[in-house]
Write a protein that binds this ligand. Sequence first.
Ligand code: IPD
Ligand code: CA
Ligand code: CA
Length: 250
Amino acid sequence: MSPELELATHAAREAGALLREHFESDLTVDEMQAHDIKLALDVESQKLIEGLILERFPDHAIYGEEGLAGDQSSETQWIVDPIDGTVNFFYGIPHFCISIAMRQGGELKIGAIYDPMMDEMFAVDFEGPATRNGKPISPSNRSELKDAIITVGFSKSKESIEVGAKRYKDFAYRVRKTRMMGSAALALAYISCGRLDAYIEEMISIWDIAAGQLMLERGGGSVVLTPSPFGEDKSGIVSNNGKLSFEGLV
Ligand code: IPD
Ligand code: CA
Ligand code: CA
């Protein structure tokens, strides 16, 4: 394992231990919005991860959901989502993760997604297949929509929910099942290992999907990002196992 991936997985595990410790306990809410919640723990988890990365690589840049740190002019940038699935976490639903990716010169190089409740570490290094708890994984071979399970995310704005809801309905008639699980990063990790076949959302941020995108693409999956009309620096994502066709649907 490269030293960078070792660091990413270590930081994700440390943050995971912090989240496990606070799961189903009294939580400090920093912000409560119509379709989102921000916890003090989001910031605490990012600070922990940031500290571990910058201790090792003080000249690198951190680009996290909870803010920037380090030298922003650095070629090497760590993209951090300290809790992906905060709403699940807050409601006591044990499906959330920590996502850490690293890119150099704008190109994704490594990624780690850790689910602390399942103790599952999804990882992808500079080369080689993505892994789950150290074992190689690959996306499913399902090529027909009728056999597929698709997961959909509804983002945080009214407009994006409207578009997402229509798409959801279009897909729901065509696939075996739909799932809405509440963590973009785990959705991509689950497609990378064949549990799910596709994931679509209208408005996501780079920290939600960077690690998962690299993982899925490494296994031959497809990830298409398009600039989102719903928010600055946001994208729409259409991703699948690389075998399904969405012609006429997206
Ligand atoms: C959210 C989750 C959710 C997705 C949202 C994301 P957060 O991330 O990934 O599944 O639907 O678009 O923002 O806020 O829990 O880090
Ligand atoms: Ca997120
Ligand atoms: Ca988050």
